[in-house]
Design a protein around this ligand. Structure first.
Ligand code: DC
Length: 226
C-alpha cells in the first residue's frame, strides 16, 4: 500500500474541477471534498436567515450555528447537509452561487471553513477542490492541479448544466456572471484565487473529458510512483 497523499485542485469556476476531483478520488480510492459546496451552504444559511452579508454580520455568533457535513448517498454521490438537512439541490442554483461569491471574501467565514477543511485532510488520502486549496488550505499538498478554460467554454458548460436542471438561463447573462465571478475570485483581499508556484496547469478548453482524465491520472501515478 502506497503512502496516501493530498491532492489540491484549484481553478476558475465552471472549469470542471469537481468532475475531475470526483473521478480522481474514485481512481485513487480517496475521499473527495467539495469546498465550494461549503461556501454555498454558508450562503444559503445567510439567505434563509436574512443575513445582510454586505452590511456585515456578527460572524462569531452566526457561524457556530452553521453545521456542514457531507453524506454519502446509496448511489455513491455525496450530498451536502446543512444543519442536518440535505441541501444539495438548493445550493447549486445561480442565486446561491452568487451569494457564495459574496460570503467567500469574508475573513471569518474563510477561517471557519478552512479549519474544517484542514481537519479533513489529517489522514491524507483526500482530493479537495476549491480556490485556495494549494495556496492556503494545504500549501504542502503533494500534488496541486490548477485548472482553467476560456470564459466562453465555461459559460457554455454552466449554461448547459442549468438547462439540464430545468432552469432557463440567458447565455449572455451566464457569460457575464462567469466574468464577474472570476473578477471577484481573483481580486478579493482574502485568499484570492491564484495558481500555486508548484501547481500543474491543466487548460481543458480543447481536451475531451477522457483525454483530460488520462492526463491527470498519469500525473497522479507519477507523483505516487506507482
Ligand atoms: O466552486 P463553486 O462555484 O462551488 O464555489 C462557490 C463560491 O465559493 C465561488 O465564488 C468561489 C468560492 N470558493 C472559495 O472562495 N474558496 C474555495 N475554496 C471554494 C469556493
Amino acid at each position: 500500500m502506497k503512502n496516501k497523499i493530498i491532492v489540491a485542485i484549484d481553478g476558475y469556476s465552471s472549469c470542471g474541477k469537481s468532475t475531475v476531483a470526483k473521478a480522481l478520488a474514485k481512481y485513487a480510492g480517496y475521499t473527495y471534498v467539495d469546498t465550494g459546496a461549503m461556501y454555498r451552504a454558508v450562503a444559503l444559511y445567510c439567505m434563509e436567515h436574512s443575513i445582510d452579508v454586505e452590511a456585515g454580520a456578527d460572524w462569531n455568533n452566526v457561524l457556530p450555528h452553521v453545521e456542514i457535513r457531507f453524506s454519502l448517498m446509496p448511489d455513491g454521490t455525496q450530498h451536502t447537509m446543512l444543519n442536518g438537512e440535505d441541501v444539495e439541490a438548493r445550493i447549486r442554483t445561480l442565486e446561491v452561487g452568487n451569494m457564495a461569491s459574496r460570503v467567500s471574501p469574508i475573513k471569518e467565514v474563510r477561517a471557519f471553513l478552512v479549519a474544517q477543511q484542514q481537519a479533513m485532510g489529517i489522514q491524507k488520502g483526500i482530493v479537495m477542490d476549491g480556490r485556495d486549496i494549494g495556496t492556503v488550505v494545504f500549501p504542502k499538498a503533494e500534488l496541486k492541479l490548477f485548472m482553467t478554460a476560456s470564459p466562453e467554454v465555461r459559460a457554455q458548460r454552466r449554461y448547459d448544466e442549468l438547462r439540464g436542471k430545468g432552469e432557463t438561463p440567458v447565455f449572455a447573462e451566464v457569460l457575464a456572471d462567469v466574468n464577474d465571478r472570476d473578477y471577484r475570485d481573483t481580486h478579493r483581499d482574502e485568499s484570492p484565487l491564484r495558481q500555486a508556484d508548484d501547481a500543474v496547469v491543466i487548460d481543458n478548453s480543447s481536451l475531451t473529458p477522457t483525454e483530460q482524465m488520462e492526463k491527470i491520472c498519469r500525473i497522479f501515478d507519477d507523483r505516487i510512483h506507482r
